[in-house]
Design a binder for this molecule. Structure first.
Ligand code: SF4
Ligand code: SF4
Length: 106
């Protein structure tokens, strides 16, 4: 059972009501350690023209739906790139992205 403080932290860093790291930089959702089989499963419409990462509209990943800071979802959650998996709620990258969107970090 989590402490009240842990529960509050979990609620704060709820990715489904955030999406800040998915709408932070076009340089963010890049491919890195995936193998070809992993990358082949990502629908081409979400892949950038140079195939180096996810296609972004401005700073926003094209696979992100919803409104940042309210309700969001990743359209390829099970297939998302490794960099997306590495961004842990409450971690440094998460805090940087949330700060950029003016979302609470404490
Ligand atoms: S910025 Fe943090 S809380 Fe928001 S979606 Fe990314 S990992 Fe989740
Ligand atoms: S692939 Fe999914 S988790 Fe990764 S940046 Fe795009 S919307 Fe976010």
């Amino acid at each position: 059972m989590s402490s009240p403080q842990e529960a509050a932290t979990t609620a704060l860093f709820d990715c489904q009501s955030c999406g800040a790291c998915c709408s932070y930089s076009a340089e963010w959702p890049r491919f890195s350690t995936e193998d070809d089989a992993q990358l082949d499963r990502i629908p081409q419409k979400y892949v950038s023209s140079n195939e180096a990462g996810m296609r972004c509209d401005g700073v926003r990943c094209s696979a992100l739906s919803g409104e940042v800071g309210k309700h969001t979802a990743c359209g390829i959650y099970e297939l998302r790139p490794d960099v997306c998996r590495a961004c842990m709620p409450g971690g440094d990258d998460c805090l940087m992205a949330r700060r950029a969107h003016g979302l609470p970090i404490v």
